[in-house]
Design a protein around this ligand. Sequence first.
Ligand code: GLN
Length: 201
Amino acid sequence: MKERTIGLLGLQGAIEEHEASIKEAGTRLGIEINIRHVLLPEDLDGLDGIIMPGGESTAMIKQGTKSGLLPALRKRLADGFPAFGTCAGAILLAKHVKRDAKSEIREGAFPVIDMTILRNGYGRQKDSFSVPLHIAKVGTDLNAVFIRAPIIEEIHPEVDVLATFDGHPVIVQKDNVLASTFHPELSGNPDVHSYFLKLVG
Ligand code: GLN
């Protein structure tokens, strides 16, 4: 049986749902999944891909800088390492990040997807919500859960937009890197994780 070791960036937040989703995706595809929680640079050794979960992107950056994981992972990603970022994870993968509507643009922690992302873009009254979403390229329909989600405001034409909501891309792909502003791991549907596993190869 094919085996893959998938890292879960364990800097913060709920990662159990990602673990369950990627394992179920592996079962469906006939791939045995080993999970590794990634906290230190050496945790990257031998990984086939990494999932960056939601949380608070600023806290993740702080902790990752302190441990030395951030520069190590940045280098791996620049060399074409497969990654899947959800919500705060998508913020980490964006080339351009805006803290709020008026703030200036900063470079993301792992600037591999050429897009401008606005943190907490849906504002207070819509802090959390869910919408039905069709993702043709993934071949799925799911309930997309947004939790203090960012908004992708601009995107380079060479980035694939897999689905939009309210006029904005909500799941995008550049080569073997996938980013969603919502939480597929909370939908109870592992199709997006299966899609990522196929990118891992
Ligand atoms: N609002 C968070 C941030 O800006 C992201 C929220 C999430 O990951 N659910 O980092």
